[in-house]
Design a protein around this ligand. Structure first.
Ligand SMILES: [Zn+2]
Length: 109
């Protein structure tokens, strides 16, 4: 037969409940902090942190940084740019524009 007083068992029982409740509260706070941290990066430039602007880029909506001029593409945007049509697809047009601007720079140098 146990020599422990019933009140000691009760104290241990409630201490365990308190610990479990504290653990749940900490887990919930940590999850909320992770969600807030993730949300703070939404539509922010991964290179410099500025707010991204959505722009039409050869018929595809892309996210562009007004500060560092980076262009950020998600899977669907890349798929649309890679899509081939009779003229070679938007990516070919983009690369053609980039190539033409490089040629102009080279000719001017
Ligand atoms: Zn940027």
């Amino acid at each position: 037969m146990s020599t422990e007083k019933p009140s000691q068992n009760e104290d241990e029982y409630f201490a365990r409940l308190d610990q479990e409740e504290l653990r749940k509260m900490r887990d919930k706070a940590a999850a909320a902090a992770r969600a807030a941290e993730r949300k703070s990066h939404l539509m922010k430039c991964p290179k410099c942190g500025a707010d991204l602007h959505t722009e039409d880029f050869h018929g595809v909506q892309v996210d562009r940084c007004p500060d560092c001029h980076g262009i950020w593409l998600d899977h669907e945007e890349i798929r649309l740019l890679m899509k081939d049509d009779e003229e070679g697809g938007p990516l070919r047009k983009v690369m053609s524009d980039v190539w033409a601007s490089l040629q102009k720079l080279r000719a001017g140098a």
